[in-house]
Write a protein that binds this ligand. Structure first.
Ligand SMILES: *Cc1c(COP(=O)(O)O)cnc(C)c1O
Ligand SMILES: [Zn+2]
Length: 484
């Protein structure tokens, strides 16, 4: 029965504006500050009171909830007190998100890189990406709002590089009325698997010519003028849910992140915001004794955050970039909505953890694809963004940024299967020229046809099996078993 208990702690949560510093109550769904237009973060005004419980209390509490049989505490809300401790158990939506495995790199891959590292497989979430973490929180809050306000219809809307819409449509479909899901996708810029997801969940799928940044402007326009619930990571309830990723990393490492380097791909920058915010929370409560080092990774074809941090501190000016086609398509964003959040949180992080505690790396498209395929050839299930993280680790090592006693945790943000078209382009060496990716034959794998349909017809049914078997045996160089 102990597991069935729901936490009694309730926070005093407010939207905190990163522009003017004003605070607002959470009685309405806000995306930006009504006063200055800047993005928001959700903060618990009682947070400092949580410090009194001490390290052992929190570690024991969260460890005791791992394996909880209470659905409301099984997923991201294992860390209820640190996420959204304003939700009631009846509002919590749980579809099996979170609690994803931390998989040690295969021995041969570890040896090849010459340092230990792990993949955290966030593709093992219900819609096969980390976006489910954020949606579980955003939808739980929406459910609470609907219950309190008695709304009879709520249109949820998002722009997406593919995975946000898959997650939003899934959760909306599960919760059902009065929620209705509408998703806006850049036409031809999401994979067929990603497109199939919101369609299968019954969402209204709207396509727009252009890239993600175009879709984002449209949904921002809609959210500013009409009553719709915006589900992009501009919605700070999403950020809270995504913080669970970092809490799980710390817990899986037995709360010792001293030598850990955490690699996270940056697209719209919501994920990195969540990781920064989460580790700052853990550190501030004394649950971890030191901050792990964080490495953001961007492709050379969508690198605005990299460019900002690459400039000398005094000369930094943020400028959106025009994206070029990227295999790390889920992160192909030129004007990240959460950049102001990164800027504020990274400054705080570096103040506590030093200059080297937060860095952003840039990798080539070639390295992204080579790394994904290399990982998956070793038994991993990395998506292209997971490949981007591995490419980032290789770059960090080559630049001498990793200490001899350090190890890495790479975020494989989605399941490899969502990005199979990129694998096919690589294996057929048919990437359009603007990706600047060509196949390394050592990584290519293609099916081999043993015999043609015509040969099969000519052989007839009697000879078919022996002929195919003999061709296979000869191709494999098999030895005939000799009987003595
Ligand atoms: C959304 C997404 C990203 C980028 O995350 P941001 O929070 O937008 O920076 C990376 N990988 C995958 C698989 C995604 O779906
Ligand atoms: Zn403001």
């Amino acid at each position: 029965m102990k597991n069935k208990k729901f936490p009694s702690y309730r926070a005093d949560m407010r939207y905190h504006c990163l522009g003017c510093g004003r605070e607002r109550g959470i009685g309405e769904l806000l995306y930006t500050c009504p006063d200055c237009g800047e993005v928001l973060l959700l903060e618990d005004k009682n947070f400092t009171a949580l410090k009194e419980y001490g390290q052992g209390y929190w570690r024991d509490l969260f460890d005791s909830r791992a394996g909880s049989k209470n659905p409301a505490l099984c997923g991201i809300f294992r860390f209820y007190e640190l996420i959204a401790p304003v939700l009631e158990p009846e509002d919590i939506v749980y579809l099996g998100e979170g609690d994803t495995p931390l998989i040690e790199a295969a021995p041969a891959l570890r040896a090849r890189l010459g340092l230990p590292f792990f993949f955290k497989n966030d593709g093992q979430n219900p819609s096969a990406s980390f976006k489910d973490r954020g949606m579980a929180c955003a939808f739980s809050y929406l459910k609470a709002l609907v219950r309190q306000q008695g709304w009879d219809e709520v249109l949820t809307i998002c722009a997406s590089t593919g995975d946000t819409s898959a997650a939003a449509a899934l959760y909306a479909a599960y919760v059902g009325a009065p929620l209705k899901s509408i998703v806006l996708l850049p036409q031809g810029k999401v994979t067929p698997q990603q497109l199939s997801q919101p369609l299968g969940s019954g969402a209204l799928v709207l396509e727009v010519p252009g890239v993600f940044d175009d879709c984002m402007k449209v949904v921002e326009y809609l959210a500013a003028r009409y009553r719709v619930a915006l589900l992009n990571s501009k919605n700070s309830w999403r950020i809270l849910g995504q913080e669970s990723y970092a809490f799980e990393v710390a817990q899986a490492l037995d709360w010792n992140v001293d030598k850990a380097c955490i690699f996270v791909p940056i697209g719209n920058a919501g994920n990195m915001t969540a990781v920064l915010h989460a580790f700052l929370k853990l550190y501030s409560l004394g649950i971890i004794d030191s901050l792990p080092r964080l490495f953001g990774v961007q492709s050379e074809h969508a690198d605005p955050v990299y460019r900002y941090y690459a400039a000398p501190a005094k000369e930094r000016i943020f400028a959106p970039v025009e994206v070029k086609p990227s295999a790390a398509q889920a992160a192909m964003i030129g004007n990240p909505v959460s950049f102001p959040r990164i800027k504020a949180l990274a400054a705080e992080y570096q103040k506590l953890g030093g200059e080297r505690s937060f860095q952003v790396l840039r990798v080539t498209e070639q390295a992204i694809m080579d790394s994904m395929l290399l990982a998956n050839k070793h038994g991993h299930i990395a998506c292209t963004q997971g490949g981007e993280c591995l490419a980032g680790l290789i770059a960090a090592k080559d630049k001498g940024l990793m200490g001899a006693d350090e190890y890495a945790v790479l975020d494989s943000t989605a399941h490899a299967l969502k990005f199979m078209d990129f694998q096919n382009l690589y294996f057929n060496n048919s990437f359009p020229a603007n990706y600047r990716i060509s196949a390394d034959v050592a990584l290519v794998n293609t099916p081999y046809l043993i015999l043609t349909a015509r040969e099969k017809a000519e052989l007839g049914p009697q000879k078919f099996v022996p002929e195919v078997a003999e061709r296979i045996a000869s191709r494999l160089g098999l030895q005939v078993i000799t009987k003595d």
